[in-house]
Design a protein around this ligand. Structure first.
Ligand SMILES: Cc1cc2nc3c(=O)[nH]c(=O)nc-3n(C[C@H](O)[C@H](O)[C@H](O)COP(=O)(O)O)c2cc1C
Length: 385
Protein backbone atom coordinates (compact mmCIF):
# COMPACT_ATOMS: atom_id res chain seq x y z
CA UNK A 1 0.00 0.00 0.00
CA UNK A 2 1.25 3.53 -0.68
CA UNK A 3 1.82 5.25 2.63
CA UNK A 4 0.73 8.62 1.33
CA UNK A 5 -2.38 7.24 -0.37
CA UNK A 6 -4.27 7.21 2.91
CA UNK A 7 -3.01 10.63 3.99
CA UNK A 8 -3.61 12.68 0.88
CA UNK A 9 -7.19 13.78 0.36
CA UNK A 10 -8.40 12.43 -2.94
CA UNK A 11 -8.27 14.81 -5.85
CA UNK A 12 -11.74 15.63 -7.17
CA UNK A 13 -12.97 12.60 -9.02
CA UNK A 14 -10.12 10.39 -7.83
CA UNK A 15 -10.91 6.74 -7.57
CA UNK A 16 -10.83 5.21 -4.10
CA UNK A 17 -10.33 1.48 -3.83
CA UNK A 18 -10.30 0.76 -0.13
CA UNK A 19 -7.35 2.75 1.22
CA UNK A 20 -5.83 3.33 -2.23
CA UNK A 21 -6.34 6.55 -4.12
CA UNK A 22 -5.96 6.08 -7.85
CA UNK A 23 -5.39 9.25 -9.81
CA UNK A 24 -6.00 9.55 -12.68
CA UNK A 25 -8.58 6.78 -12.32
CA UNK A 26 -7.08 4.44 -14.89
CA UNK A 27 -6.49 0.73 -14.46
CA UNK A 28 -4.53 -1.69 -16.62
CA UNK A 29 -6.90 -4.59 -17.27
CA UNK A 30 -5.76 -8.02 -16.16
CA UNK A 31 -4.78 -9.98 -19.27
CA UNK A 32 -3.65 -13.59 -18.98
CA UNK A 33 -0.25 -14.12 -20.54
CA UNK A 34 0.28 -10.35 -20.90
CA UNK A 35 0.06 -8.30 -17.70
CA UNK A 36 2.95 -9.94 -15.90
CA UNK A 37 5.51 -7.89 -13.94
CA UNK A 38 7.53 -6.87 -17.04
CA UNK A 39 4.51 -5.53 -18.93
CA UNK A 40 3.11 -3.80 -15.84
CA UNK A 41 6.52 -2.21 -15.30
CA UNK A 42 6.54 -0.80 -18.84
CA UNK A 43 3.03 0.63 -18.48
CA UNK A 44 3.85 2.05 -15.06
CA UNK A 45 7.03 3.69 -16.34
CA UNK A 46 5.12 5.39 -19.12
CA UNK A 47 2.44 6.58 -16.70
CA UNK A 48 4.98 8.02 -14.29
CA UNK A 49 3.70 5.63 -11.61
CA UNK A 50 0.10 6.81 -11.88
CA UNK A 51 -2.77 4.35 -12.13
CA UNK A 52 -3.39 0.80 -11.03
CA UNK A 53 -1.90 -2.22 -12.78
CA UNK A 54 -3.52 -5.58 -12.23
CA UNK A 55 -1.71 -8.90 -12.47
CA UNK A 56 -2.74 -11.58 -14.87
CA UNK A 57 -5.32 -13.95 -13.51
CA UNK A 58 -4.23 -16.41 -10.84
CA UNK A 59 -6.36 -19.46 -10.16
CA UNK A 60 -7.06 -19.90 -6.48
CA UNK A 61 -6.54 -23.64 -6.48
CA UNK A 62 -3.10 -23.33 -8.07
CA UNK A 63 -2.21 -20.63 -5.57
CA UNK A 64 -3.16 -22.60 -2.49
CA UNK A 65 -1.33 -25.59 -3.93
CA UNK A 66 1.71 -23.34 -4.48
CA UNK A 67 2.00 -24.38 -8.09
CA UNK A 68 5.46 -23.35 -9.28
CA UNK A 69 4.31 -21.36 -12.31
CA UNK A 70 1.65 -19.61 -10.24
CA UNK A 71 4.19 -18.56 -7.63
CA UNK A 72 6.19 -17.00 -10.49
CA UNK A 73 3.08 -15.18 -11.78
CA UNK A 74 2.35 -13.52 -8.46
CA UNK A 75 5.76 -11.88 -8.41
CA UNK A 76 5.68 -8.08 -8.27
CA UNK A 77 8.54 -5.77 -9.05
CA UNK A 78 9.78 -3.80 -6.03
CA UNK A 79 8.58 -0.60 -7.74
CA UNK A 80 4.97 -1.78 -7.90
CA UNK A 81 2.65 -0.25 -5.36
CA UNK A 82 -0.13 -0.92 -4.71
CA UNK A 83 0.19 -4.54 -5.80
CA UNK A 84 -3.01 -5.80 -7.44
CA UNK A 85 -3.63 -9.50 -7.86
CA UNK A 86 -6.50 -10.87 -9.86
CA UNK A 87 -7.87 -14.21 -8.64
CA UNK A 88 -10.12 -16.65 -10.36
CA UNK A 89 -11.94 -19.24 -8.32
CA UNK A 90 -15.22 -21.13 -8.22
CA UNK A 91 -15.19 -22.63 -4.73
CA UNK A 92 -15.81 -20.26 -1.80
CA UNK A 93 -13.60 -22.24 0.58
CA UNK A 94 -10.65 -22.29 -1.84
CA UNK A 95 -11.11 -18.61 -2.66
CA UNK A 96 -11.11 -17.86 1.07
CA UNK A 97 -7.94 -19.89 1.54
CA UNK A 98 -6.19 -18.15 -1.34
CA UNK A 99 -7.14 -14.71 -0.04
CA UNK A 100 -5.96 -15.62 3.46
CA UNK A 101 -2.66 -16.78 2.01
CA UNK A 102 -2.25 -13.45 0.22
CA UNK A 103 -2.93 -11.57 3.45
CA UNK A 104 -0.81 -13.77 5.72
CA UNK A 105 2.16 -13.73 3.36
CA UNK A 106 1.75 -10.09 2.34
CA UNK A 107 1.57 -10.97 -1.34
CA UNK A 108 -0.62 -8.05 -2.51
CA UNK A 109 -2.40 -4.84 -1.50
CA UNK A 110 -5.58 -5.34 -3.52
CA UNK A 111 -7.49 -8.38 -4.73
CA UNK A 112 -9.64 -8.41 -7.83
CA UNK A 113 -11.92 -11.36 -8.57
CA UNK A 114 -12.56 -12.39 -12.15
CA UNK A 115 -16.10 -13.24 -13.23
CA UNK A 116 -15.66 -12.35 -16.89
CA UNK A 117 -14.08 -15.32 -18.63
CA UNK A 118 -16.24 -16.37 -21.63
CA UNK A 119 -14.30 -19.37 -22.95
CA UNK A 120 -16.39 -22.53 -23.40
CA UNK A 121 -14.14 -24.82 -21.37
CA UNK A 122 -14.76 -22.53 -18.36
CA UNK A 123 -18.44 -21.65 -18.81
CA UNK A 124 -19.22 -25.30 -19.62
CA UNK A 125 -18.48 -26.02 -15.97
CA UNK A 126 -20.31 -22.97 -14.66
CA UNK A 127 -17.17 -20.89 -14.11
CA UNK A 128 -16.13 -17.46 -15.41
CA UNK A 129 -18.93 -15.31 -16.77
CA UNK A 130 -21.47 -18.12 -16.17
CA UNK A 131 -20.94 -18.02 -12.42
CA UNK A 132 -22.77 -14.78 -11.44
CA UNK A 133 -25.97 -16.34 -12.82
CA UNK A 134 -26.05 -18.43 -9.65
CA UNK A 135 -26.60 -15.57 -7.23
CA UNK A 136 -26.11 -17.59 -4.01
CA UNK A 137 -22.80 -18.97 -5.24
CA UNK A 138 -21.57 -15.50 -6.19
CA UNK A 139 -22.61 -14.20 -2.79
CA UNK A 140 -20.88 -17.06 -0.96
CA UNK A 141 -17.66 -16.47 -2.92
CA UNK A 142 -17.65 -12.75 -2.22
CA UNK A 143 -18.47 -13.26 1.44
CA UNK A 144 -15.53 -15.64 1.90
CA UNK A 145 -13.16 -13.39 -0.03
CA UNK A 146 -14.09 -10.19 1.80
CA UNK A 147 -13.97 -11.89 5.22
CA UNK A 148 -10.56 -13.40 4.51
CA UNK A 149 -9.18 -10.16 3.04
CA UNK A 150 -9.42 -8.19 6.28
CA UNK A 151 -8.20 -4.68 5.47
CA UNK A 152 -7.33 -5.49 1.86
CA UNK A 153 -9.91 -4.20 -0.61
CA UNK A 154 -11.64 -6.77 -2.79
CA UNK A 155 -13.04 -5.75 -6.17
CA UNK A 156 -14.80 -7.72 -8.89
CA UNK A 157 -14.64 -7.65 -12.66
CA UNK A 158 -17.50 -9.04 -14.69
CA UNK A 159 -19.37 -8.99 -17.97
CA UNK A 160 -22.99 -7.95 -18.50
CA UNK A 161 -24.18 -11.52 -18.26
CA UNK A 162 -24.40 -14.72 -20.20
CA UNK A 163 -26.35 -13.27 -23.12
CA UNK A 164 -28.94 -10.54 -23.66
CA UNK A 165 -31.67 -12.75 -22.17
CA UNK A 166 -29.65 -13.59 -19.09
CA UNK A 167 -28.08 -10.41 -17.81
CA UNK A 168 -26.47 -10.62 -14.39
CA UNK A 169 -24.51 -7.42 -13.86
CA UNK A 170 -27.08 -5.42 -11.90
CA UNK A 171 -27.79 -8.24 -9.45
CA UNK A 172 -24.07 -8.96 -9.19
CA UNK A 173 -23.37 -5.29 -8.48
CA UNK A 174 -25.98 -5.25 -5.71
CA UNK A 175 -24.62 -8.47 -4.19
CA UNK A 176 -21.11 -6.98 -4.35
CA UNK A 177 -22.26 -3.93 -2.37
CA UNK A 178 -24.03 -6.08 0.20
CA UNK A 179 -20.98 -8.27 0.67
CA UNK A 180 -18.55 -5.42 1.19
CA UNK A 181 -16.78 -5.34 -2.16
CA UNK A 182 -14.84 -2.07 -2.70
CA UNK A 183 -15.47 -1.49 -6.42
CA UNK A 184 -16.94 -3.23 -9.45
CA UNK A 185 -15.64 -3.23 -13.00
CA UNK A 186 -17.93 -3.97 -15.90
CA UNK A 187 -16.84 -5.09 -19.36
CA UNK A 188 -19.82 -3.98 -21.42
CA UNK A 189 -20.24 -7.25 -23.29
CA UNK A 190 -22.01 -10.51 -22.57
CA UNK A 191 -20.19 -13.84 -22.58
CA UNK A 192 -22.01 -14.67 -25.82
CA UNK A 193 -20.34 -11.69 -27.47
CA UNK A 194 -16.78 -12.66 -26.51
CA UNK A 195 -14.97 -9.70 -28.12
CA UNK A 196 -17.35 -9.09 -31.02
CA UNK A 197 -19.42 -5.99 -31.68
CA UNK A 198 -18.94 -2.94 -29.54
CA UNK A 199 -18.97 -2.65 -25.78
CA UNK A 200 -22.24 -1.37 -24.35
CA UNK A 201 -21.29 1.71 -22.38
CA UNK A 202 -24.93 2.36 -21.48
CA UNK A 203 -24.80 -0.73 -19.28
CA UNK A 204 -21.91 0.89 -17.42
CA UNK A 205 -24.08 3.96 -16.82
CA UNK A 206 -26.94 1.75 -15.59
CA UNK A 207 -24.63 -0.07 -13.19
CA UNK A 208 -23.36 3.25 -11.86
CA UNK A 209 -26.94 4.31 -11.12
CA UNK A 210 -27.69 0.93 -9.57
CA UNK A 211 -24.76 0.82 -7.14
CA UNK A 212 -24.00 4.43 -6.19
CA UNK A 213 -22.43 3.18 -2.94
CA UNK A 214 -19.18 1.96 -4.51
CA UNK A 215 -16.97 3.00 -7.43
CA UNK A 216 -17.89 1.58 -10.82
CA UNK A 217 -15.13 1.06 -13.35
CA UNK A 218 -16.00 0.97 -17.03
CA UNK A 219 -14.30 -1.40 -19.40
CA UNK A 220 -14.46 -2.14 -23.09
CA UNK A 221 -13.18 -0.53 -26.27
CA UNK A 222 -11.01 2.22 -24.89
CA UNK A 223 -8.30 2.80 -27.51
CA UNK A 224 -7.14 6.27 -26.49
CA UNK A 225 -7.17 8.70 -23.59
CA UNK A 226 -9.94 10.55 -25.42
CA UNK A 227 -12.03 7.35 -25.34
CA UNK A 228 -11.35 7.05 -21.60
CA UNK A 229 -12.55 10.59 -21.00
CA UNK A 230 -15.58 10.02 -23.16
CA UNK A 231 -16.52 6.85 -21.28
CA UNK A 232 -16.30 8.65 -17.96
CA UNK A 233 -18.31 11.58 -19.24
CA UNK A 234 -20.99 9.50 -20.95
CA UNK A 235 -21.46 6.85 -18.25
CA UNK A 236 -20.59 8.68 -15.04
CA UNK A 237 -18.25 5.81 -14.12
CA UNK A 238 -15.57 6.47 -11.54
CA UNK A 239 -12.68 5.07 -13.51
CA UNK A 240 -11.71 3.06 -16.55
CA UNK A 241 -10.06 -0.29 -17.15
CA UNK A 242 -8.00 -0.52 -20.33
CA UNK A 243 -6.97 -3.82 -21.89
CA UNK A 244 -6.36 -4.45 -25.58
CA UNK A 245 -5.56 -0.79 -26.28
CA UNK A 246 -2.27 -1.33 -24.44
CA UNK A 247 -1.20 -4.40 -26.41
CA UNK A 248 2.04 -3.43 -28.13
CA UNK A 249 1.37 0.09 -26.90
CA UNK A 250 2.29 0.36 -23.20
CA UNK A 251 2.83 4.09 -23.80
CA UNK A 252 -0.95 4.47 -23.92
CA UNK A 253 -0.48 4.82 -20.16
CA UNK A 254 1.44 8.01 -20.78
CA UNK A 255 -1.66 9.48 -22.42
CA UNK A 256 -3.98 7.98 -19.81
CA UNK A 257 -1.89 9.43 -16.98
CA UNK A 258 -2.33 12.85 -18.56
CA UNK A 259 -6.11 12.44 -18.67
CA UNK A 260 -7.88 15.76 -18.94
CA UNK A 261 -4.70 17.70 -19.77
CA UNK A 262 -5.52 18.03 -23.45
CA UNK A 263 -2.02 16.81 -24.32
CA UNK A 264 -1.59 15.36 -27.80
CA UNK A 265 -1.39 11.55 -27.85
CA UNK A 266 2.10 10.11 -27.77
CA UNK A 267 2.98 8.93 -31.27
CA UNK A 268 6.41 7.29 -31.23
CA UNK A 269 8.46 6.82 -34.37
CA UNK A 270 9.63 3.26 -35.01
CA UNK A 271 13.01 3.82 -33.35
CA UNK A 272 11.28 4.47 -30.03
CA UNK A 273 8.95 1.52 -30.54
CA UNK A 274 11.98 -0.71 -31.24
CA UNK A 275 13.60 0.41 -27.99
CA UNK A 276 10.45 -0.49 -26.04
CA UNK A 277 10.25 -3.86 -27.81
CA UNK A 278 13.88 -4.56 -26.90
CA UNK A 279 13.29 -3.58 -23.28
CA UNK A 280 10.09 -5.62 -23.05
CA UNK A 281 11.90 -8.75 -24.29
CA UNK A 282 14.81 -8.09 -21.96
CA UNK A 283 12.53 -7.61 -18.92
CA UNK A 284 10.71 -10.84 -19.76
CA UNK A 285 14.04 -12.67 -19.90
CA UNK A 286 15.09 -11.30 -16.53
CA UNK A 287 11.71 -12.16 -15.05
CA UNK A 288 11.80 -15.71 -16.42
CA UNK A 289 15.45 -16.09 -15.50
CA UNK A 290 16.44 -16.95 -19.05
CA UNK A 291 17.08 -14.63 -22.01
CA UNK A 292 15.88 -17.06 -24.68
CA UNK A 293 12.64 -17.80 -22.81
CA UNK A 294 12.05 -14.07 -22.52
CA UNK A 295 12.53 -13.50 -26.25
CA UNK A 296 10.28 -16.46 -27.03
CA UNK A 297 7.56 -15.18 -24.69
CA UNK A 298 7.92 -11.79 -26.35
CA UNK A 299 7.06 -13.24 -29.78
CA UNK A 300 3.31 -12.87 -29.20
CA UNK A 301 3.77 -9.10 -28.80
CA UNK A 302 5.56 -8.53 -32.12
CA UNK A 303 2.51 -8.10 -34.34
CA UNK A 304 0.97 -5.64 -31.89
CA UNK A 305 4.11 -3.49 -31.64
CA UNK A 306 4.64 -3.44 -35.40
CA UNK A 307 0.97 -2.94 -36.31
CA UNK A 308 0.63 -0.38 -39.08
CA UNK A 309 4.38 0.16 -39.61
CA UNK A 310 5.87 -0.70 -43.00
CA UNK A 311 7.81 -3.74 -41.80
CA UNK A 312 6.98 -6.41 -44.34
CA UNK A 313 5.75 -9.89 -43.60
CA UNK A 314 9.18 -11.52 -43.84
CA UNK A 315 10.78 -9.23 -41.29
CA UNK A 316 7.74 -9.43 -39.05
CA UNK A 317 8.05 -13.22 -39.16
CA UNK A 318 11.77 -13.03 -38.39
CA UNK A 319 11.06 -10.83 -35.37
CA UNK A 320 8.41 -13.26 -34.19
CA UNK A 321 10.76 -16.23 -34.42
CA UNK A 322 13.84 -14.65 -32.82
CA UNK A 323 15.35 -16.65 -29.97
CA UNK A 324 17.90 -14.23 -28.57
CA UNK A 325 18.18 -10.51 -27.88
CA UNK A 326 21.03 -10.31 -30.42
CA UNK A 327 18.77 -11.77 -33.09
CA UNK A 328 15.98 -9.37 -32.13
CA UNK A 329 18.43 -6.43 -32.31
CA UNK A 330 19.66 -7.57 -35.71
CA UNK A 331 16.13 -7.66 -37.14
CA UNK A 332 15.01 -4.41 -35.50
CA UNK A 333 18.05 -2.64 -36.97
CA UNK A 334 16.73 -3.39 -40.46
CA UNK A 335 13.69 -1.14 -39.93
CA UNK A 336 13.92 2.61 -40.49
CA UNK A 337 13.87 4.18 -37.00
CA UNK A 338 12.52 7.45 -38.43
CA UNK A 339 9.37 5.79 -39.69
CA UNK A 340 6.57 7.83 -38.10
CA UNK A 341 3.76 6.39 -35.99
CA UNK A 342 1.05 5.15 -38.38
CA UNK A 343 -2.15 6.96 -37.42
CA UNK A 344 -4.27 4.00 -38.50
CA UNK A 345 -2.63 1.90 -35.75
CA UNK A 346 -4.56 3.89 -33.15
CA UNK A 347 -7.82 1.93 -33.40
CA UNK A 348 -8.84 -1.53 -32.20
CA UNK A 349 -6.21 -4.21 -31.73
CA UNK A 350 -6.06 -7.66 -30.16
CA UNK A 351 -8.96 -10.08 -29.99
CA UNK A 352 -12.10 -9.08 -31.88
CA UNK A 353 -13.74 -12.46 -32.48
CA UNK A 354 -17.42 -12.78 -31.73
CA UNK A 355 -18.69 -15.69 -29.68
CA UNK A 356 -21.92 -17.59 -30.09
CA UNK A 357 -24.09 -19.66 -27.87
CA UNK A 358 -22.55 -19.92 -24.43
CA UNK A 359 -21.85 -23.49 -23.40
CA UNK A 360 -23.23 -24.10 -19.90
CA UNK A 361 -23.73 -27.06 -17.56
CA UNK A 362 -27.03 -28.89 -18.09
CA UNK A 363 -29.94 -27.02 -16.53
CA UNK A 364 -27.74 -24.07 -15.50
CA UNK A 365 -30.30 -21.46 -16.48
CA UNK A 366 -33.24 -23.13 -14.79
CA UNK A 367 -32.83 -21.54 -11.39
CA UNK A 368 -30.60 -18.54 -10.74
CA UNK A 369 -31.18 -18.93 -7.00
CA UNK A 370 -30.12 -22.54 -6.76
CA UNK A 371 -26.98 -22.80 -4.66
CA UNK A 372 -24.74 -24.56 -7.13
CA UNK A 373 -21.39 -26.00 -6.16
CA UNK A 374 -18.90 -26.34 -8.96
CA UNK A 375 -16.34 -29.03 -9.44
CA UNK A 376 -12.78 -27.94 -8.86
CA UNK A 377 -11.86 -28.53 -12.50
CA UNK A 378 -14.02 -25.54 -13.44
CA UNK A 379 -10.89 -23.64 -12.49
CA UNK A 380 -8.38 -25.46 -14.60
CA UNK A 381 -6.89 -24.11 -17.80
CA UNK A 382 -8.62 -20.77 -17.80
CA UNK A 383 -7.30 -18.11 -20.10
CA UNK A 384 -8.68 -14.83 -18.97
CA UNK A 385 -11.68 -12.66 -19.53
C1 LIG B 1 -5.31 -11.58 -24.14
C2 LIG B 1 -6.38 -11.26 -23.14
C3 LIG B 1 -6.34 -11.83 -21.89
C4 LIG B 1 -7.31 -11.52 -20.94
N1 LIG B 1 -7.21 -12.04 -19.68
C5 LIG B 1 -8.07 -11.63 -18.71
C6 LIG B 1 -7.92 -12.06 -17.37
O1 LIG B 1 -7.00 -12.81 -17.04
N2 LIG B 1 -8.82 -11.61 -16.45
C7 LIG B 1 -9.84 -10.76 -16.77
O2 LIG B 1 -10.63 -10.38 -15.92
N3 LIG B 1 -10.00 -10.34 -18.05
C8 LIG B 1 -9.13 -10.74 -19.00
N4 LIG B 1 -9.25 -10.25 -20.27
C9 LIG B 1 -10.31 -9.27 -20.55
C10 LIG B 1 -9.78 -7.85 -20.36
O3 LIG B 1 -9.39 -7.65 -19.03
C11 LIG B 1 -10.85 -6.82 -20.74
O4 LIG B 1 -11.97 -7.00 -19.91
C12 LIG B 1 -11.30 -6.94 -22.18
O5 LIG B 1 -10.19 -7.08 -23.04
C13 LIG B 1 -12.13 -5.72 -22.60
O6 LIG B 1 -11.40 -4.54 -22.42
P1 LIG B 1 -10.65 -3.80 -23.66
O7 LIG B 1 -11.72 -3.51 -24.70
O8 LIG B 1 -10.05 -2.58 -23.05
O9 LIG B 1 -9.67 -4.77 -24.19
C14 LIG B 1 -8.33 -10.60 -21.25
C15 LIG B 1 -8.36 -10.03 -22.51
C16 LIG B 1 -7.41 -10.32 -23.45
C17 LIG B 1 -7.48 -9.66 -24.80
Amino acid sequence: MTADATLAPPAPGALRIGPHTVWPPVVLAPMAGITNAPFRTLCREFSGGKGLFVSEMITTRALVERNEKTMQLIHFDASETPRSIQLYGVDPATVGKAVRMIVDEDLADHIDLNFGCPVPKVTRKGGGSALPYKRPLLRALLREAVAAAGDLPVTIKMRKGIDDDHLTYLDAGRIAVEEGVSAVALHGRTAAQHYGGTADWEAIARLKEHVPEIPVLGNGDIWSAADAERMMRETGCDGVVVGRGCLGRPWLFRDLAALGSGEAPYAPAFGEVAAVMRRHAELLGRWLGDEARGVIDFRKHVSWYTKGFAVGSELRRALATASSLAELDEQLALIDPAQPWPAHADGPRGRTAAGGRVVLPDGWLEDPYECAALSADAESETSGG
